[in-house]
Design a binder for this molecule. Structure first.
Ligand code: FES
Length: 153
């Protein structure tokens, strides 16, 4: 599945690369197809991207399964990607992840919010931090997590 709007964006990415190198747009195409498909990539998405970029299905599947940004089954409305790499870990990420997961369980928000532990998201100066869908939240503590979760309901 690739919407017409997404195809227009993919075409802009293809134009950035030399003629015949349209496969260089595969990551953006997968990202857009995932959005068009409600947050995850199924077989039809992989095939649509392969067809649009004139790639083999296995080559697209290799990219889609290598990077953790791509989901392969339905996801909750909010995906919290919580960094637990060195800067965030040293600033209490592990305890905050435990706190967040306990809060989600206690408030029965498991169908609304899912948590993934991820590697560095490039915002170490704001450690500990997480990404919720497309937004970054930095310098986290329990109070900020409470506020963020309240805003997601
Ligand atoms: S270590 Fe967490 S953002 Fe870099």
């Amino acid at each position: 599945m690739i919407s017409e709007k997404s195809k227009q964006t993919i075409d802009k990415w293809i134009a950035k690369y030399p003629k015949g190198q349209q496969q260089s747009a595969v990551m953006e195409a997968l990202k857009l197809s995932q959005i068009d498909n409600g947050g995850y990539l199924d077989k039809k998405c992989i095939e649509a991207v392969a067809d649009y970029l004139d790639m083999s299905v296995i080559s697209v599947a290799e990219v889609a399964t290598f990077y953790e940004n791509y989901n392969h089954k339905p996801v909750a409305k909010y995906t919290v990607r919580f960094c637990h790499n060195i800067s965030c870990m040293l600033n209490g990420a592990d305890n905050l992840i435990d706190y967040l997961e306990a809060k989600i369980n206690a408030e029965k928000l498991g169908e609304l919010v899912q948590v993934k532990k991820v590697e560095c998201l490039g915002a170490c100066v704001g450690a500990p931090m997480c990404q919720i869908n497309d937004d970054y939240f930095e310098n986290l503590n329990e109070q900020k997590i409470n506020e963020i979760i309240s805003g997601l309901k």
